[in-house]
Design a protein around this ligand. Sequence first.
Ligand SMILES: [Mn+2]
Length: 337
Amino acid sequence: MTTTPDAVGLDPVDVQAAVAALARARSVTVVCHVQPDADTVGSGLALALVLHRRGVPVWVSFAEPAELPASMRTLPGVRYLVPPAEVPRAVDVLVAVDCGGVNRLGALADRIDGAATTLVIDHHRSNTRFGAINLIDPSAESTTSVITGLLDAWGVPIDAEVAHCLYAGLVTDTGSFRWVRPGTHRLADRLLATGINGAEIARALLDTHPFGWLTMLSRVLGGARLAPGVRGVGLVYAFVRAADAGELDSEEVESVIDIVRTTAEAGIAAVFKESGTVPGRWTVSLRSRDTGPGAADAVDVARIATGLGGGGHRFAAGYTAFGSPEDLIAGLLNALG
Ligand SMILES: [Mn+2]
């Protein structure tokens, strides 16, 4: 058996440092990443529930957008979420969850200076280790998996409320248990045994969309393009213009890549999403085929995204770019060589 760079697990020294920092903390801010997903929010709320029970004042926040996506509003612990303006300037410990780099904190990155200690908890391989303590496991399915390991080391029991938050990150970051490893289902089993309703959590997070999602999809997917020769595997891409997204939540737009990436004729998928507030600014989702013939030499999209100022995982990454749709596709094709 060969050792892959991904199979590193958690460093026990980092785990002990993280436990010590949280155990002695007298106040904690947890920062989730911008355009939050259920993994970052689930991680933040799980930590908030645990810290609050210990009598530690805790604030959870994310810089943008202004509102929590609708699918996550039933997560336990949402009462600990505060708008960025209410995040204190100074705390004992600032924890960044599921943030591969300081840029993922958005406007809340300025709170790092006021924290006595910064703890980074993440599973992105491209993590820049911007904390004083870095608890990074690139082999973990989700940041909530890393949090589970942290709570175990800390001796904190996982009850149904905490398990609900942890499961939220696990079920979404594994794509409903498609991207799994040995131990993934064991962790799911352990969380489900607390009495949480896995079907209900998955339905709320993954299988519920407003009607406008259907009409947005019809416009966006109708404009999808296939570039068969790119990198010898083919590229499929689509643009979500601000007008296509309309008033839809960002999570509805984020779901487009999961449809585009199913294209059989392409090993790489890209979705360009125009900002609703900054004209000409686009966030770009990249995916690389991780199974089937040729997967061993699949394109490392984390490398492509990092070269374009972003980051991510080998098979799922992203970056931000400016310009017209023509500029954007030219820039990506150039990076793909
Ligand atoms: Mn994650």
